[in-house]
Design a binder for this molecule. Structure first.
Ligand code: FES
Length: 196
């Protein structure tokens, strides 16, 4: 049983390193954004074991992406602008599952913005096709696309992590359990009703 547990931790750590490398490559090559990447520090062991993480939202500029880690997975936190929020309301006909009818999010995130607060998006940065790390595009490129783009096979997601029709990814990006401890403190890894 102990070996199984150790293997699971090693596998989760390996997965995180793989997707993190992909994220760094993708972001560095693209140049569309400067995401805030922090906290990949010695507490990784505790995080890999599943401990919730706490994030200070005050440090995130409006419109920017912060990348954190939980259970060996990159967690994307976006402080959405009014324009980003509005853009998600016009896309329903282009999305595969605009109403989030699957189980890719907790019930409290099954809404138009897939979030507790419309201005704060919390999703796993893991493509639901084969697990690559989608890029964050907060400016229109030459094709006019904004949202999340997975360079591996071309999947696209909107600013709520909802997948577009006609791409390889079969579902929306996953929303991890989370809650707000106060106005500027986000806790990822546990639902509010479950925290002691
Ligand atoms: Fe993202 Fe294939 S892994 S499109």
């Amino acid at each position: 049983m102990c070996n199984d547990s150790n293997n699971e931790l090693r596998n989760e750590r390996r997965m995180f390193l793989t997707v993190t490398s992909c994220a760094l490559f993708a972001v560095g090559g693209a140049g569309w954004i400067t995401p805030y990447i922090r906290s990949w520090n010695p507490s990784v062991r505790a995080k890999a074991a599943g401990a919730p993480i706490t994030i200070d939202l005050a440090s995130i500029p409006e419109g920017a992406l912060l990348v954190e880690e939980w259970r060996g997975r990159p967690i994307y936190i976006v402080k959405r602008t009014k324009e980003m929020i509005a853009s998600t309301l016009d896309l329903n006909n282009e999305l595969l599952n605009p109403d989030s009818e699957d189980d890719q999010q907790p019930e409290y995130a099954r809404n138009n913005h897939r979030s507790i607060k419309p201005e704060i998006l919390v999703i796993e940065g893991v493509c639901t096709h084969l697990g690559c790390t989608p890029k964050f595009r907060n400016k229109k490129n030459t094709n006019g696309f904004t949202g999340f783009f997975c360079p591996c096979h071309g999947s696209k997601f909107d600013f709520s992590g909802r997948v577009y029709k006609g791409v390889p990814a079969p579902t929306n990006l996953k929303v991890p359990p989370h809650y707000f401890a106060d106005a500027n403190t986000l806790v990822v890894g546990i639902d509010e009703e479950r925290q002691a």
